[in-house]
Ligand binder design. Sequence first.
Ligand SMILES: NC(=O)c1ccc[n+]([C@@H]2O[C@H](COP(=O)([O-])OP(=O)(O)OC[C@H]3O[C@@H](n4cnc5c(N)ncnc54)[C@H](OP(=O)(O)O)[C@@H]3O)[C@@H](O)[C@H]2O)c1
Length: 285
Amino acid sequence: MSETGYEAKLPQPLMPGTRVAVLGAGKMGGILVQGFLKNNLLGQDQIAATVQHQDRATALSAQFGVTVTTDNRAAAAWADVILLGVKPVQVPGLMAQIKPALTAGKLLLSFAASVTTGAIEQAAGLDLGVVRAMPNTPAMISAGVTALCAGRFVSAEQMSIAQKIFATVGRTVVVDEKHMDAVTGLSGSGPAFLYIIIEALAEAGVNVGLPRDVATLLAAQTTLGSARMVLETGYHPALLKDQVTTPAGCTVDGILELEEGGLRVTLIKAVKRATMRARELASGK
Ligand SMILES: NC(=O)c1ccc[n+]([C@@H]2O[C@H](COP(=O)([O-])OP(=O)(O)OC[C@H]3O[C@@H](n4cnc5c(N)ncnc54)[C@H](OP(=O)(O)O)[C@@H]3O)[C@@H](O)[C@H]2O)c1
């Protein structure tokens, strides 16, 4: 017991004792490390990370208060759960580096687009639990969504660890691996598509005379509120759209413009193109 007794009330990590290494702590890996710490999934001494450049390792270490190095093998040897966060084309090289450090019972959790669990299992060279995940950047504010799929050797306990890890930064959904490239095209790339829509709505607000800050707030909060209506009411988006669209009102005039401009088809094509591109990434094309 301490003198004040306050230490006993400090929140305990949700995964006591588990050691997690994020190999390739770039944009997404950094978001995850920050999310794990902020949401108290892990303590600072339970996380290690690696990057390619020493100067970035030093800066990240200072930023997060965790050990960050360029030594993938040492980090993999130390960790129970190893997150693979390098670019898809860099995964084979990374796997070759860490292979000697892989032992039974470790969990490999890859969030690299396009790289299959089969490819990772083969590179590991032993029957290791592999989970493939596709998070998105709203994980930064714990509003992400991550799709997960299991490799051949994953136990139920390992799958639930993977879900717990990503649940700290948003929602999770388990899918068949055949859907992972489609997930990449929809929710992985989706934030970029939606930022363009929000930016365009805000620009439109400015065009009809609103101050830019007001227009941006209206556009973003309207997008957030509409998304929450879909999730929280469970109603089909078309039904919710109909509630806004009064006969001979202003909304239907706006919708006609959207249809003429092909917004709907353009978004469908954007997700299809991103999905097709996701299929190629691991091959380095
Ligand atoms: N960004 C997204 O929205 C998003 C969403 C879902 C999934 N992903 C996936 O996340 C992965 C990373 O994407 P990102 O956007 O975060 O890219 P990024 O910012 O370029 O991060 C890649 C990181 O890998 C590090 N790295 C490169 N080679 C390495 C090596 N041999 N050993 C250790 N670290 C190494 C880089 O180190 P340096 O910093 O020193 O260069 C960098 O920090 C990709 O596979 C991508 O498919 C990204």
